[in-house]
Ligand binder design. Structure first.
Ligand code: NAD
Length: 338
């Protein structure tokens, strides 16, 4: 009997991630300490996509009919399904959704249906593996984890790598949840990524790590943008300035891999009018998540507050909404000119 995977949320990321689940992939870096379940209950066999020798079935769901239509046209082996059908029939359920409120509402339906499925013969198993790959706050994740039906697994597994990483199956997954849940989730996540890291046994650990990384990214981009703007205004060639920063103590990804000044690098959003890439709205959301996590721990995080103000200003500006977050350089230059 094939395994059944349910995938909910076929947007920019999900539509590119889901197809990888149908393709087996050798584990390039077997790590016995991270792949043994430790539960001793044979739990991993319940979720082993290769055990039956038959490719898994893929059920997909998105509340946008155009997202569904384009995915199913590209991937005819996938079957359109409702959240309720996925909850009743899928062994493995992946969600890739935009906001905490939407994640919470989808899981309310999933958990309600999954805990009754099986009693009427509608389900082959009552054990399920739920993996939420959305970027949301750790508090919502912890609340979800406390409602997971008995004998099922739940992990938070937010990603880094963007749409290119999703398309190429090279995402990094930051996973929170008990070791036994990580052990069953990791081989499945590896089909969609190059790195799958267990960030902690507590629910929400993956979300905390994701928020921390994106806080560094968001703040460092503003620092690079302001430094480059300062140099350019003083008459320094931005390529020269970047070349020095990139071999000095200011070196960071925002400067050496994603420079925000047009003309300094090819193939980055600054080279194409800041289109494509990672939208200012998503960066604003992620900085807000980091601030919220810090607040829960009693931290005030001054730089995060300023970064939230800056990305909020871009998101509210008609010329910058929807643009890549490195447009913060152009915003700084325009402000100075005004
Ligand atoms: P997206 O808005 O393109 O996709 C979300 C999809 O969810 C949409 O197709 C939408 O129709 C669907 N959806 C909304 N409500 C639904 C519901 N109730 N039931 C079923 N489907 C529903 O967003 P995305 O860019 O794919 O991002 C998804 C998540 O991944 C977000 O949390 C985002 O922060 C995170 N993320 C995005 C990137 C990126 O570069 N885009 C990178 C890393 C992480």
């Amino acid at each position: 009997r094939p395994m059944t995977i349910g995938f909910i949320g076929l947007g920019q990321m999900g539509s590119r991630m889901a197809p990888h689940l149908l393709t087996a992939r050798p584990n390039p870096n077997p790590n016995p300490s991270s792949s043994s379940s430790g539960s001793g209950s044979g739990a991993s066999l319940d979720f082993d996509l290769d055990a039956s020798g038959v490719p898994p079935r893929l059920l997909v769901c998105d509340n946008s009919s155009s997202a569904m239509a384009s995915f199913c046209a590209l991937h005819p082996s996938a079957t359109a399904a409702t959240i309720e059908t996925i909850a009743s029939t899928a062994n493995i359920i992946v969600t890739m959704l935009p906001t905490p409120a939407i994640v919470d509402s989808v899981y309310s339906t999933l958990f309600a249906r999954a805990s009754t499925a099986g009693s009427d013969g509608s389900s082959t198993t009552s054990r399920r593996l739920f993996m939420d790959c959305s970027t949301i706050d750790a508090a919502t994740t912890r609340a979800l984890a406390s409602r997971v039906p008995a004998s099922s697994h739940f992990v938070d597994a937010p990603v880094s790598g963007g749409v290119n990483g999703a398309a190429q199956g090279t995402l990094t997954f930051m996973v929170g949840g008990p070791a036994a849940s990580f052990a069953v989730a990791a081989p499945i996540l590896r089909r969609m990524g190059k790195a799958v890291v267990h960030c902690g046994a507590a629910a929400g650990s993956g979300q905390v790590v994701k928020a921390a990384n994106n806080l560094v990214l968001g703040v460092s981009m503003i620092a690079v943008a302001e430094a480059m703007a300062m140099g350019v205004r003083a008459g320094v060639d931005p390529a020269v300035l970047a070349s020095v920063i990139n071999v000095s103590t200011g070196r960071c990804w925002s400067s050496d891999s994603y420079n925000p000044v047009p003309g300094v690098m090819p193939n980055v959003p600054s080279a194409r009018n800041y289109d494509g890439g990672f939208a200012v709205e998503l960066m604003k959301k992620d900085i807000a998540l980091a601030l919220q996590a810090g607040k829960e721990s009693g931290l005030s995080m001054a730089a995060a507050k300023l970064a939230l103000q800056e990305y909020s200003a871009l998101a509210d500006h008609p010329d910058f909404k929807g643009k890549d977050f490195s447009a913060v350089y152009k915003y700084a230059m325009d402000q100075a000119a005004a």
